[in-house]
Design a protein around this ligand. Structure first.
Ligand code: NAD
Ligand code: DEZ
Length: 378
């Protein structure tokens, strides 16, 4: 019988593959060579290091990671050794969008900023970055996009170069993969020289990978007030993060930007479907049917006397109050992995209905563009 090892923190998976495979659920960080030996396939998260040390002599034929990022997989080793690997492109991009939207709603309110007067610089415009660009456009921000691999393929028209972005952007948000080498290297893309080129009050947001920013340089830039603020979901050396940097951040979370239930369901189903295709199982269309509904799926807003920004902020923060994650984390930063493993159910915008009293067609269109499931004037 097919033997599969799956990370025990992948939701919606239990019971699905059991009719066709012997499946063991193990903690991701402890899934090493000693337990992998003899398995045909792995279903992982980012915490399982899939490298030569773990895989050589294991017999593993396929690795499916239920995540967007795949920097925990030595893809060159896998390719050379005929181990098929797949990630789950875009699976939780809607969740990261919700994280960025909640960040913008929170910051604009805290700092009394009019979003329509702000320029956002997006570094990496793939699945997540393009959703962030669409959101920023829909709330009236000016958007600058930096993505050299795309610019090379598609032409430079919709992209700027990095110095231009850094000179103009009030908010800078990273959505690149972690690449340690090569012409498109992103490791420590955010370093001292990068922060020197930013506007003095620039807000840096990182929800991509911790190592994309040199955390010591970011802390120094915050201390020297070379930049204004930082919002971090990802950190160098997780879970043992730089506590000095944590203290200086405006919003801090333990790598949960992609943790919506929707994103996890997408990731799990993409992994199951890929395993199914590889091993000929009848689960090629499988998708979880048990995603919990939001506690309060309908929100009524009386827009009388409110600005558009107040309305969309209220709608966004109803779905995701990001400061609750921030506070939980700051209270006990040492519980980084526990907070991730016990993350509450969060549903994305599409699971919500917004009823607008005294609203306008313009606001309805804006909320629809943001991605709410249903928006109506009442
Ligand atoms: N915090 C979280 O929970 C969370 C959730 C999902 C994804 N992520 C991470 O977010 C990142 C983006 O995810 P995605 O789904 O948008 O990935 P993606 O592959 O769809 O897009 C990445 C984009 O970055 C561009 N890029 C590559 N090298 C670049 C460089 N040197 N400079 C600028 N742009 C460059 C690519 O051309 C591509 O368009 C990944 O690192 C992923 O692991 C984090
Ligand atoms: O790459 C991704 O998809 C995200 O970073 C994801 O949220 C990582 O989750 P993990 O596997 O670490 O639980």
């Amino acid at each position: 019988m097919l033997k599969i090892i799956a990370d025990n923190k992948i939701p919606f998976l239990e019971g699905v593959l059991e009719p066709y495979a012997h499946i063991s659920y193990l903690p991701g960080a402890k899934t090493d060579a000693s337990v992998i030996k003899g398995a045909d396939a792995l279903i992982t998260r980012t915490r399982t290091k899939c490298d030569e040390k773990a895989l050589s002599d294991s017999g593993v034929k396929m690795i499916a990671t239920a995540t967007i990022g795949f920097d925990h997989i030595d893809t060159a080793y896998c390719d050379k050794n005929n181990i098929k690997w797949v990630n789950a492109p875009g699976c939780n991009s809607g969740s990261v969008l919700q994280y960025i939207a909640a960040t913008i709603a929170t910051l604009t309110s805290k700092l009394c900023i009019d979003a329509t007067q702000q320029t956002i610089g997006i570094i990496g415009v793939g699945n997540v970055g393009s959703k962030v660009a669409g959101f920023a456009n829909s709330i009236g921000m000016k958007v600058l996009q930096y993505d050299p691999p795309r610019a090379e393929k598609e032409g430079r028209e919709q992209f700027v170069d990095l110095p231009e972005l850094l000179a103009q952007a009030d908010l800078i948000t990273f959505h690149v993969p972690l690449q340690r080498t090569g012409i498109y290297k992103t490791h420590h893309l955010g370093d001292a020289a990068f922060f020197e080129q930013c506007k003095k009050n620039a807000i840096i947001i990182n929800s991509s990978r911790g190592e994309v920013i040199n955390n010591d340089d970011l802390l120094a830039a915050l201390n020297k007030q070379t930049i204004g603020h930082a919002v971090l979901d990802v950190w160098e050396n997780e879970p043992d993060i730089n506590r000095g940097l944590l203290d200086k951040t405006m919003i801090a979370t333990p790598h949960i930007a992609g943790y919506s239930a929707d994103g996890k369901a997408n990731g799990t189903s993409m992994s199951v479907q890929a395993i199914s295709r590889r091993f000929g199982l009848p689960l090629e269309d499988w998708y979880p049917s048990n995603i919990p509904a939001p506690a309060h799926p309908t929100l009524q807003i009386d827009a009388q006397g409110m600005t558009d920004q107040q309305v969309w902020s209220k709608a966004i923060l109803h779905t995701y109050e990001i400061l609750e994650d921030d506070q939980r984390f700051r209270r006990e930063p040492a519980t980084f992995e526990y907070l991730r493993g016990s993350y509450p159910i969060r549903r994305e915008f599409r699971a919500y209905c917004i009823q607008l009293k005294n609203g306008s067609e313009r606001l309805v269109e804006m909320l629809n563009k943001i991605g709410f499931g249903h928006v109506e004037l009442i």
